[in-house]
Design a protein around this ligand. Structure first.
Ligand code: BGC
Length: 796
């Protein structure tokens, strides 16, 4: 009763506060008083708190709850993993492996991203939110928006993509969906937690531009577009400083630049220096430190090394978070297990990616085949999620073989052979029987991939191959049966040495508890596959971007490939991938035409509308992911060949067409110039490319872009003479401050226009000109030149 009352009051305060924030003019008379009502409540609680209570709020009570303050009737908030299902422990003090409450296990992030379907991911978020409410979970610990830097990353199955736009859009949709149900999310692991190897210590050494263009933008998008209630700070160090105490990341960028208004929580046991963390903007340490770190916070305030005001600000934000979470709790919510299972099946089918279908073996139809040999232990022992903290206890599990039997019905004859053992990678003893079955059938459907011990949270892969027994099985079956359909079960990219020996390859991912049904739907054409891989598949590990710098050594991992992650690397290096980013086939075909851009000449501050017509030119209904890439044709800094900037999934009946449109703006053409710490758009030619994958570009348009924004020059004593002579404005300054020296270089009768300076001297930094000029230029003159040059701003 008391709880209900508190919630009603809070709900009122918060709702009216929200109205005020949304600028509801009808209520403007009472705006100021209403606007502050919620904050007043927060202030009132804060004012009653002792220093010890404030410090105590900055860490969890146990594994899954924050600390309540009973004296002030401040309740605890419950958090649970995430991301692809709710891993709610029976009680908050247990880790919750195996014994958690059953929940729907949806496909993991690699699969979710392969749908490229933001509406679907929003729906998934809603369903997850409902399941959280039904289990009294206030915050779901996900999604993970880290970029897949190396295919070896142990947690790649939990991350969306190698591309920040795709990862950011997926994360946004997920967060908006979950939060629409009054449940918070925790966007993780902020940031550059791209490997598992020594994740508690490794320092990700990332240059500023790469950080801004590759590793931050997915978080940035999600924060700006969805405002997750919480962000989870990573285990690793970022350029030397732990993510949980990185002030620039937690306060400078996240809060001040992006306007994040939630709270930052630590990854579990990721805190090193708690007081430094408070100063940096880390609100809650999880799962807590048994009071040890709380005492340090109290001591720091008492001895003056931590201002109480800094702590108060964080505590205020924690209070807001707790109250907001509690007032959105719903009672007596139950989720419809069957409906959610069907949603999981639908998502898994949408994620299923047809990598190869050369002879149109798929879909399986009665006209084509009667006898089907199903081969591979995965068909009977599904592997449907990854290892580690994301493991969900499913409500039920579909087994592919049984689902195939159901969907196939009595029209087909099926056999099953195990083919390999999921626990013994080099046991080849089952291959003969599988070959016999395959030879007798009209088509062999062979399930292979990564067994559970191959990919997991906690360690990285050292290679990207599937077990030798799986490879041998496929090769030998292909020798006796020409109709081979390989179904891949894996959470991250792998090599396929027998790609040319089989006609058909279907990527099924870690497809959640209903994945078995989904693959049956796709194999028999009940669902037309429309997934596209969100990560490049390489022919061999040595071809991948981080190969020389993964997982690092001597406590550091150098992100040496810079901005050239994923397809950006393969394209720049002209390395042919096994399957390119964005690739995925369909049982139908699509025609692209009529690409139009709103203007062929625009200014950097204008927006550009792009439209293109897509037609289903085949015989069955299908979905296509239309991908928009931008290519910068000339630039002062090195740029990728092209970059994904937008995408849209369309659903078309045979013969149906649709005009798809996109809007591009400043950031879609910009690169980050670390020298001036700004996003820059330079005047020049760009191309807008529309593709069915990153390599299958169907339409392109030329664009002339004019930079109108002015940028500082960032001149310092290490700026080269040549750089200043090339710019008219700074050339004039040089003539002013270096005139004595320049005069000394002129032959009689020559003017400054005749000045010829040797290349050797041109490529000298200003700092050297005190002695190069043999004393004709003083240190002061160089400083003056620099000061005046730095007042100049120019377009680029
Ligand atoms: C993982 C997080 C997870 C947390 C709680 C950590 O080890 O890195 O992703 O949310 O545990 O289980």
């Amino acid at each position: 009763m008391k709880k209900e009352f508190l919630r009603t009051i809070l709900l009122f305060l918060f709702a009216t506060n929200l109205c005020a924030c949304m600028g509801n003019s009808n209520q403007s008379g009472s705006l100021t008083s209403v606007k502050t009502a919620f904050d007043q409540k927060v202030e009132a609680i804060l004012n009653q708190m002792t220093l010890e209570e404030k410090a105590s709020l900055c860490s969890g009570r146990d594994n899954w709850t924050t600390k309540p303050v009973e004296r002030l009737e401040l309740p605890a908030v419950w958090v649970s993993d995430g991301p692809h299902g709710v891993r709610r422990a029976p009680t908050s003090d247990v880790g919750g492996f195996g014994d958690q409450l059953p929940a729907t296990c949806y496909p993991t992030a690699s699969a979710l991203a392969a749908t490229w379907d933001v509406e679907l991911i929003y729906n998934l978020g809603q369903a997850l939110g409902v399941e959280c409410q039904s289990q009294n979970v206030n915050v779901l610990l996900g999604p993970g928006a880290n970029i897949k830097r190396s295919p070896c990353g142990g947690r790649n199955f939990e991350y969306f993509s190698e591309d920040p736009v795709l990862a950011g859009e997926m994360a946004t949709a997920y967060i908006n969906g979950v939060q629409s149900q009054g449940v918070g999310t925790s966007l993780k692991h902020y940031v550059t937690n791209n490997q598992e190897y020594k994740r508690m210590l490794m320092s990700s050494e990332v240059d500023q531009r790469t950080m801004r263009e590759i590793y931050l933008p997915a978080f940035e998008r999600a924060v700006k577009q969805a405002q997750p209630w919480t962000i989870m700070a990573c285990y690793n160090r970022v350029n030397g400083e732990y993510g949980t105490q990185h002030k620039e990341l937690l306060t400078g960028i996240l809060k001040n630049e992006w306007g994040f208004d939630g709270i930052v929580i630590s990854d579990w046991k990721a805190v090193v220096d708690r007081v430094k963390g408070i100063k940096a903007g880390l609100h809650i340490e999880m799962p807590g430190s048994e009071g040890v770190n709380d005492k340090l916070i109290v001591e720091a305030v008492k001895n003056g090394s931590l201002k109480e005001e800094v702590l108060d600000n964080l505590v205020k934000e924690i209070l807001r978070f707790v109250l907001k979470a509690k007032m959105q709790e719903k009672e007596n919510i139950r989720f419809d297990v069957e409906k959610h299972h069907l949603l999981a099946r639908h998502i898994a089918a949408e994620a299923t990616t047809l990598l190869k279908n050369d002879q149109q073996l798929l879909p399986i139809t009665r006209e084509k085949y009667k006898n089907i040999a199903v081969i591979g232990e995965f068909a009977k022992k599904p592997r449907f999620q990854g290892n580690g903290s994301s493991e969900v206890k499913p409500t039920k599990v579909d087994v592919a073989y049984e689902e195939i039997l159901k969907v196939a019905g009595s029209d087909y004859r099926l056999t099953y052979s195990q083919g390999y053992s999921l626990t013994e990678d080099e046991n080849f003893s089952m291959i003969d029987q599988a070959k016999k079955d395959a030879a007798k059938a009209d088509v062999a459907v062979v399930f292979v991939g990564l067994p559970q011990h191959y990919e997991s949270e906690g360690y990285d892969r050292t290679h990207i191959d599937i077990p030798p027994s799986h490879n041998k099985l496929v090769k030998e079956i292909a020798e006796v049966q020409k109709n081979v359909v390989v179904v891949l079960v894996n959470g991250s990219a792998l090599t396929i040495p027998w790609k040319e020996e089989v006609n058909t390859i279907v990527e099924a991912w870690l497809s959640g508890q209903a994945g078995g049904g989904a693959i049956a739907d796709v194999l028999f054409g009940k669902v037309n596959p429309s997934g596209k891989i969100a990560e490049t598949f390489a022919k061999k590990l040595e071809d991948t971007p981080a190969y020389l710098n993964f997982p690092g050594e001597n406590r550091k991992v150098i992100f040496g490939e810079g901005i050239f992650t994923g397809y950006r690397w393969f394209e720049k290096r002209k390395i042919e991938p096994l399957f390119p980013f964005g690739h995925g086939l369909s049982y139908t075909t699509f025609e692209y035409s009529d690409l139009r851009i709103s203007d062929s000449k625009i200014n950097d501050t204008d927006s550009l509308t792009v439209s293109v017509r897509i037609k289903n030119s085949g015989g069955v209904a299908g979905k296509e992911v239309v991908q928009l890439y931008v290519k910068d044709k000339q630039s002062t800094l090195e740029r990728p060949e092209k970059e994904l900037k937008a995408f849209k999934k369309v659903n078309l009946e045979p013969g149906q067409e649709e005009l798809v449109s996109f809007k591009l703006g400043f950031r879609d053409f910009a690169f980050f110039d670390a020298l001036i710490d700004q996003w820059v758009v330079e005047t020049g030619e760009f191309e807008v490319l529309i593709g069915s994958s990153s390599v299958d570009i169907r339409e392109q348009a030329q664009l002339m872009l004019k930079g109108t924004k002015k940028y500082p020059l960032n001149v310092d004593e290490y700026t080269f003479l040549s750089e200043l002579l090339n710019i008219p404005e700074t050339k004039t300054l040089l003539h002013k401050h270096f005139s004595a020296y320049f005069k000394s270089q002129l032959k009689p009768g020559q003017t400054f226009d005749d000045l010829q300076i040797e290349d050797f001297i041109l490529e000298m930094p200003l700092v050297k000109f005190t002695y190069i000029s043999e004393g004709l230029i003083s240190k002061e003159q160089i400083s003056q030149l620099i000061d005046e040059a730095n007042k100049i701003t120019l377009t680029r």
